[in-house]
Design a protein around this ligand. Structure first.
Ligand SMILES: Cc1ncc(COP(=O)(O)O)c(C=O)c1O
Length: 401
């Protein structure tokens, strides 16, 4: 079976089935080679070039990121992590005491702590359950899984007169539910609410609809297949203009023109994404990120998304023939058909508890299958290099009761 990403682009051993890019994506060989080349130049700094390396590598990473997200490169900022992108937004937006930030209940903490830090300034943060029986925190394992509801409705209804920001994951890390960015963004724009997206669980495997979104933050180390430590923040020009420019010396006009005294501070801030970049980005990481993103963009994110969806359909069909998984397969198939699934198929523990999920994971690793579990869900994450044989292996693993 032809796959959008060739399996031999990665150094995955023959018997390893890696279905946990929702935790950590495998880095393609070309990324490791790009890092090695960069380190060779770092060993001999006279071989480093200001234009090609210091400026060129970040520029290449931003351009490839723009292709993967389907946006303009001028709106892309390189940030170390999802968290740092969200911290930049939380600190840069002019939020005052009494202003409110809405979060769906049970966000990954990368999209909670940057906003919770603002409560010191009197900003209110409110978590909104997305369905009846939705629980998080200590009660996460008691939560019912997402039913067939429009989870956006609860968020829209929660918007109040002091709501300034809605910050939500595109694809949720534990239950895998995918929110409709277009629907939420439209309402937010109409109501004057800034819509911020933690996009890491969808980036690289889904095409985002950012027309009505204000900001999108993602680390590079999951579906984007780069090493930890460098990711992307996308913002609209309007949002950047409104924010405190949290960048550094390269975020101003002629910042790299050393013919002009660097200590001349009579300059304008740049208006593009570099306005929010704090000095020279991690160049070793940029070398890797750029080629990982180019690999994805060349394969086509739309093609990868369709491939993942087709594999999910096959896996759910296989699981529907296993009596103990039948109800869960039916629930997830409805989600898949209605555009509610990203690349994570999150199977609810249904009373099995942490020990039950650990048993599944242990049995998986014994067979070379690496999956993950979070807050009551066994997560199987598919990507562009997986194929029908992988689906068969997963089905056989899950069939053994
Ligand atoms: C939804 C979500 N956001 C963010 C992260 C990671 O955050 P960061 O890139 O800041 O490490 C994860 C997983 O680690 C996640 O699942």
């Amino acid at each position: 079976m032809a796959t959008p990403l060739p399996r031999d682009a990665f150094a995955l051993d023959k018997d390893v089935l890696w279905v946990m890019h929702c935790a950590e994506g495998p880095v393609p060989r070309v990324a490791a080679q790009a890092v090695a080349r960069m380190m060779e130049r770092e060993l001999r700094p006279w071989q480093l070039s200001w234009k090609q390396d210091f400026l060129g590598l970040p520029e290449r990473a931003r351009a490839a990121g723009a292709r993967v997200l389907g946006v303009d490169a001028t709106d892309v900022t390189l940030t170390p992590t999802t968290s740092s992108g969200l911290v930049t937004l939380a600190q840069g937006l002019d939020l005052a005491p009494g202003d409110e930030v809405l979060l769906p209940l049970g966000e990954f903490p990368a999209n909670a702590w940057p906003w919770l830090a603002l409560t010191r300034r009197g900003v209110t943060v409110r978590e909104v359950p997305l369905w009846e029986g939705h629980r998080a925190g200590r009660a996460a394992w008691e939560s019912s899984p997402p039913p067939q509801v429009e989870p956006e409705n609860a968020l829209v209804e929660a918007i109040g007169p002091r709501t300034r920001v809605l910050a939500a994951s595109w694809v949720r890390f534990q239950d895998g539910l995918r929110l409709n960015l277009e629907a939420l963004g439209r309402v937010c724009r109409r109501r004057g609410v800034r819509f911020v997206v933690d996009g890491i669980q969808g980036a690289g495997t889904l095409v985002p609809d950012l027309e009505h979104v204000d900001a999108f933050a993602t680390g590079g180390h999951k579906g984007l297949l780069a090493p930890q430590g460098l990711g992307l923040l996308w913002t609209t020009p309007e949002l950047r203009a409104e924010m405190t420019p949290l960048g550094g010396w390269l975020s101003v006009e002629q910042g790299t023109d050393f013919a002009r005294p660097s200590t001349d501070f009579d300059r304008e801030w740049l208006s593009d994404g570099q306005r929010l970049e704090q000095g020279v980005p991690n160049l070793v990481a940029a070398a890797a990120l750029a080629v990982s993103l180019e690999l994805l963009a060349d394969a086509g994110v739309e093609t990868i998304a369709a491939h993942v969806d087709a594999l999910e359909e096959k896996l759910l069909r296989r699981l529907s023939r296993i009596p103990s998984w039948r109800p869960e397969a039916a629930r997830l198939e409805t989600h898949r058909r209605t555009g509610r699934c990203g690349a994570i198929l999150a199977l609810h523990h249904d009373g099995a508890g942490p020990d039950g999920l650990d048993r599944w994971l242990r049995r998986g690793t014994e067979q070379g299958i690496y999956a993950s579990a979070r807050e009551g869900y066994l997560r199987v994450a598919l990507h562009g290099w997986h194929d029908d044989r992988d689906i068969e292996r997963i089905a056989r693993w899950l069939a053994a009761d």
